[in-house]
Design a protein around this ligand. Structure first.
Ligand code: AOF
Ligand code: ZN
Length: 372
């Protein structure tokens, strides 16, 4: 074999084992935020001897869970290969560095999918491992690795969360009747599926129009959920009723452009937080970019935008949506509210085109995932 020849068998094996590590990472998606959802698999002689994923914030990282799993099975990890979906950490945070644990356990080889841009890590994890003489392979299944932590990686590199707009519409793109009635567009399977997207998010964002029309709770109602996104209402004139369902349970953030003192005091007394983020260029409107900056500071990796045509249109027009999860019901309304109010493009061919990343039938409905 020449020096730069690729060992194809090894590349294929690395892809396979990293696939198992990605499956572990998926198990952490609802649990780990604001920490990234990481998966790890320890392999020796073509056999998995340990696996693990990131626990709730403050708990062990994926590598430590996999090392513990191997120990519990009575397996020695000395000389084994660990597949990790994210570069092992190098810092003393809420837990000791995973890179150190890997070195101390005399792992023989480390294979990663994506680097950790967290300034506390940023290459130092792999350096610690290489400095200990351990072989490293990077970038295995990196597109999937990146997608599995698109929220965390976006926040670490831009300071803002990943924004996912979720909508449920008819074949003719209607989300409600002309009078606002919007229930029973999609079926129970689609409604349950959409709970998953709320559950992986750090914040659920809606608008005052939806609060007034539907009085939604915007909570996560999955039985085994242990971590809950906070709820945000874009409410420029602070019109949320004190008795609104979305305020129950407390901690809801109302983002306004201007607020009367009395209304604010009543809402604060009802358990809400009021935030003023006026858009300097558009009086009376909320600065959505500033809202995303603020959510980034609050360690929100993924925003779940579940709103009506107005707020959806504003997020879209400002280029702030990274992903759309669209449930399409197999029926037509003929009239009613659209998914989003956006300006008419100058030409049909000039409409912004999204890329379809996935489509799946969920119950009787179709779920399409689109990215920018
Ligand atoms: C890993 N493996 O499974 C995860 C990592 O506050 P701490 O101590 O829990 O550290 C959080 C940081 O650690 C987080 O921002 C990210 O950089 C990294 N996450 N690293 O080696 C893991 N979840
Ligand atoms: Zn770690």
């Amino acid at each position: 074999m020449t020096e730069c020849a690729v060992d194809e068998g090894r590349v294929k094996d690395d892809d396979f084992w990293m696939g198992l590590a990605l499956e572990e990472a998926a198990k952490a998606r609802r649990l780990s935020p604001p920490n990234p959802a990481v998966g790890a698999v320890i392999v020796r002689d073509g056999r998995v001897i340990g696996r693990g994923f990131t626990q709730q914030t403050g708990g062990p990282h994926a590598e430590v869970m996999a090392l513990r799993d191997a120990a519990a099975r009575g397996e020695s990890v000395e000389g084994a290969t660990i597949y990790v979906t994210l570069e092992p950490c190098s810092h003393w945070g809420r837990t000791p560095p995973c890179a150190l644990a890997i070195v101390e356990h005399r792992i023989g080889r480390v294979v990663t999918s994506v680097a950790d841009p967290n300034p506390q890590v940023a290459g130092r994890g792999l350096k610690m491992i290489r400095d200990a003489g351990i072989e490293v392979t990077e970038g295995v299944r990196s597109k999937e690795g990146w997608l599995s932590n698109r929220g965390f990686l976006t926040r670490m590199t831009t300071g803002r969360p990943w924004v996912r707009m979720k909508c449920a519409a008819t074949l003719d793109g209607r989300t409600a009747f002309p009078d606002g009635r919007s229930q029973w567009i999609t079926g129970p399977a689609a409604r349950e599926d959409s709970q998953y997207w709320r559950a992986v998010s750090g914040a659920v964002v809606t608008g005052i129009g939806t609060v007034l029309a539907d009085n939604p709770k915007m909570t996560v109602r999955l039985p085994d959920q242990v971590r809950f996104p906070f709820r945000v209402v874009v409410d420029p004139r602070l019109e949320t009723p004190v008795g609104a369902e979305i305020l129950k349970g407390g901690g809801t953030v109302l983002v306004c452009a201007q607020a009367g003192e009395e209304a604010e005091a009543a809402l604060v007394a009802a358990g809400a937080e009021v935030l003023r983020l006026p858009d300097a260029a558009h009086p009376g409107r909320v600065d959505l970019g500033a809202l995303l900056d603020e959510l980034g500071r609050r360690q929100v990796n993924e925003v779940h935008l579940e709103a009506g045509a107005g707020l959806n249109g504003s997020f879209l027009s400002e280029g702030l949506v990274d992903e759309i999860v669209l449930y399409t019901a197999p029926c037509l309304f003929g009239s009613g509210m659209p998914v989003a109010s956006v300006p008419l493009p100058e030409e049909p061919g000039l409409a912004h085109r999204w890329t379809i990343e996935d489509f799946t039938q969920i119950g009787a409905d179709l779920r399409v995932i689109l990215r920018r």
